[in-house]
Design a protein around this ligand. Structure first.
Ligand SMILES: Nc1nc2c(ncn2[C@@H]2O[C@H](COP(=O)(O)OP(=O)(O)OP(=O)(O)O)[C@@H](O)[C@H]2O)c(=O)[nH]1
Ligand SMILES: [Mg+2]
Ligand SMILES: [Zn+2]
Length: 332
């Protein structure tokens, strides 16, 4: 996506316009809230930039909304109750119950919700930048603990000197039930299969920065640019960057969420039991060790270690488990 650079003066002008617009909206919001019960409607949060929410109403239109105070922390995908305050504008008065929420630590390590009501999770890796397997495993743990399906997208296959070898490096994931989708957003390869799979429920694309999540959504959605323009108009944000999770509707049903990429990804406050549960290949053995508090490192009678030796658990995945376990223990 082209990101237009603005000069300092242009930036200042855009910010001044946005500030004026927000002040007007706040004043109108106050008046509406002071008034009667009003016209309560349901909608979905498409994206959020700071206090600005883009909400899609049941009429299919987008509304630029502000959240009422003490609303909580609405995120992309949330169902909300809102009230119109003017043409194309409204105020969000309540957050409806979430089926689930994907959280991720921010710069300071605090867990922040990223997106809610997710049907499945697509971890996007690419030939370049080189995949960080630890990150993949962490996202898979997140999907398991949320109880949603996960799939692995291998993008930029056009850049691989040996595409089959690149795909085969991830065969252990396919063997434990995570389907692999080798694709190229640029060349258009593999997109039909991926599109078919992503139709089931709202899917979120996550992964390192630069692996091509936005490019994939663009390739899968012929009208993505149009949706971006509408969202920008609705949030009053001048330009679109993948700085916030954004919901896109798929033609013929379903939706995709574009998430901002991560440069590093640390597990928040994942406990040992969550980690053990989150590795679906380790989970079946975990209850069968000699000691109930077995950490699956070098304890005698460890069923997990025995399964690794017998080839029932992939060594790479086991190493990844130990690494995440060490990190989790250090954070404590
Ligand atoms: N060769 C090749 N390049 C690609 C492909 N998909 C994306 N790219 C390029 O990779 C770069 C990053 O793509 P983005 O779609 O912005 O990546 P992203 O994952 O959304 O990045 P963040 O928003 O920072 O998380 C761009 O220069 C794309 O043109 C692909 O299939 N093949
Ligand atoms: Mg992006
Ligand atoms: Zn054990």
């Amino acid at each position: 996506m082209a990101r237009r650079r603005l000069s300092g003066r242009q930036m200042a002008r855009v910010q001044a316009i946005q500030a004026r617009r927000r002040a007007k909206l706040e004043a109108r919001t106050e008046r509406v809230l002071e008034g009667a019960e009003g016209d309560l409607r349901e909608g979905r949060v498409i994206t959020r930039h700071g206090r600005n929410l883009s909400v899609r109403g049941e009429d299919g239109r987008l509304y630029h909304c502000l959240g009422r105070q003490h609303l909580g922390d609405p995120v992309c995908g949330d169902r909300v109750v809102w009230q119109p305050t003017g043409t194309g504008e409204g105020v969000v008065v309540a957050l409806l119950e979430r089926a689930n929420v994907l959280a991720r630590p921010d710069h300071s390590g605090r867990e922040r919700p990223l997106a809610a009501n997710i049907g499945h999770l697509a971890v996007v890796l690419a030939v370049a930048p080189p995949p960080v397997l630890g990150l993949l495993d962490q996202y898979l743990v997140a999907a398991e603990t949320l109880g949603i399906e996960a799939l692995v997208v291998l993008n930029k296959i056009d850049l691989a000197p040996d595409p089959a070898a690149f795909r085969d490096a991830f065969a252990p994931y396919r063997r434990i039930g995570y389907p692999l989708f080798p694709v190229s957003a640029r060349a258009g390869t593999g997109l039909a299969e991926l599109r078919g799979r992503l139709r089931q429920g709202p899917g979120i694309l996550v992964g390192q920065s630069g692996v091509g999540k936005s490019s994939l959504i663009q390739a899968l959605l012929p009208d993505m640019e149009i949706q971006i323009q509408r969202i920008s108009a609705a949030t009053g944000q001048g330009c679109h960057t993948t700085s916030a999770a954004t919901w896109y509707d798929l033609p013929g049903g379903g939706a995709l969420i574009d998430a901002p990429g991560v440069r590093s990804f640390r597990l928040g406050r994942l406990g040992f039991r969550e980690l053990e549960y989150g590795f679906r290949d380790i989970r079946p053995y975990a209850g069968h060790c000699r000691f109930g508090d077995c950490r699956h490192r070098d304890e005698p009678g460890c069923a997990v270690k025995a399964a690794v030796e017998a080839g029932g658990i992939d060594r790479g995945r086991y190493r990844s488990f130990l690494r995440l376990l060490n990190e989790a223990e250090e954070q404590r």
